[in-house]
Design a protein around this ligand. Structure first.
Ligand SMILES: C[S@@+](CC[C@H](N)C(=O)[O-])C[C@H]1O[C@@H](n2cnc3c(N)ncnc32)[C@H](O)[C@@H]1O
Length: 369
């Protein structure tokens, strides 16, 4: 692996603006969390728009969970400024929150004016609907569903929210053959199916889908249908969405539907702050997703240190269950587990560290179980 380039200012331009969704009240905050409303700052949206690679004379764009239209506007801006422009752009934008529809329409009207100025035919359809409810029948090919629109381009920052295993959303997705434990994965899986072969998707999502058992069905489905071309990692959890209290670690990815897997994938990283440099490296595809890995983990190795750590980890062939060990990453609430705690180590006890705010660490011992 080599560092292919460090270029100073891909995520350049203005300072990320405060989200228009920045909650003014507690009920707004509840709504923001319920709907997963975290607006993409313009510099990040522009960076995402810059990742599309394929020239198309007709761009049929899907923006699901469009908010106030930042992503569509960034892509239209890029297409209007590139030397070889498309002849036509059509946008279908889904947004569930009625309060976003007016600003969304206004933004898309701005896109129309920009396109008219440079001679691109433009049309936009704004749907104040639940994307999942609208897309599942299209994916299932239900009778009486109006003919599914075709998309060759999608740019999304989908809502992030866990969906419980018996919720109506989960069951609806399951009826389309999609197993997703978070709304964002449901959005991506549906879009993967709605895209034409060769269609491109650029998305900003939490990176939680890259590993772990909950996202395994999603990873298998996604990696089979799509060919990953680029992954961008933010080093800081919150910098990309500095206007909102986002504590998820986000990544941006670019993938092409149905194309054969590339030899190389670009992995880039930046702090996420406006104007921060972007470090970029080319990594063999098999280093990112190993063909021998039944879990289909997506490895985001950002630099040489992480690369060496991965090599060391790769040599550890035994699994924890094989060694007779069980690890819980959940929090142990000590006052609810008093009977398990020991002041002194005994046979079959493991160390339990307790970090206490403003106090020293306290060590106690609890039995393996
Ligand atoms: C993370 S925000 C992103 C907004 C915008 N795309 C952007 O990048 O600034 C997700 C958006 O999806 C909308 N949303 C949430 N659930 C939805 C659903 N089921 N169908 C359509 N839109 C939804 C939210 O209201 C919110 O505007």
């Amino acid at each position: 692996m080599t560092i292919a380039a460090i270029h100073p200012n891909v995520i350049a331009g203005e300072t990320p603006t405060l989200s228009p969704f920045a909650p003014a009240s507690l009920s707004d905050l509840d709504k923001q969390h319920e709907l997963g409303q975290f607006l993409t700052p313009n510099p990040v949206a522009e960076f995402m728009a810059s990742l599309f690679e394929i020239y198309r004379s007709e761009v049929h764009l899907l923006d699901a969970g469009a908010g106030a239209g930042a992503l569509s506007a960034a892509l239209v801006g890029r297409l209007c400024h590139q030397p070889r422009k498309p002849k036509r752009i059509s946008i279908t934008a889904y947004e569930i929150d009625a309060a976003q529809i007016k600003p969304l329409r206004a933004r898309l009207d701005g896109c129309r004016r920009e396109c008219e100025r440079v001679g691109i035919l433009f049309s936009a359809t704004v749907l104040n609907e639940d994307f999942i409810t609208a897309a599942v029948p299209m994916v299932r090919g239900d009778l009486f569903t109006s003919e599914s629109p075709r998309f060759n381009t999608a740019i999304i920052n989908p809502p992030y929210r866990k969906i419980s295993s018996d919720s109506s959303t989960r069951l609806l997705l399951r009826s389309a053959g999609i197993e997703a434990s978070n709304l964002y994965a449901g959005f991506v899986a549906l879009i993967t199916r709605l895209l034409d072969k060769g269609g491109e998707l650029v998305a900003i999502t939490p990176r939680s889908f890259c590993n772990g058992p909950y996202f395994k069905p999603f990873r298998e489905d996604f990696l089979e249908a799509m060919s990953l071309r680029r992954l961008h990692v933010f080093e800081s959890r919150s910098a990309a969405f500095s206007g909102d209290a986002v504590l998820q670690e986000n990544i941006i990815f670019h993938a092409v539907k149905g194309a054969s897997k590339p030899e190389q994938v670009i992995i880039s990283s930046s702090s996420g702050a406006s104007g921060s440099p972007v470090a970029e490296r080319e990594v063999e595809y098999r280093e990112v997703v190993s063909p021998d890995d039944a879990e289909q983990f997506i490895h985001l190795v950002e630099g040489d240190t992480q690369d060496s750590a991965r090599a060391v980890m790769g040599r550890l062939s035994a699994s924890l269950p094989k060694l007779g060990l069980f690890v819980s990453t959940g929090r142990v609430v000590d006052f609810r587990a008093k009977e398990f705690l020991r002041q002194q180590p005994e046979r079959d006890t493991a160390r339990s560290e307790e970090r206490r705010v403003g106090k020293e660490c306290r060590s106690r011992w609890s039995p393996y179980h």
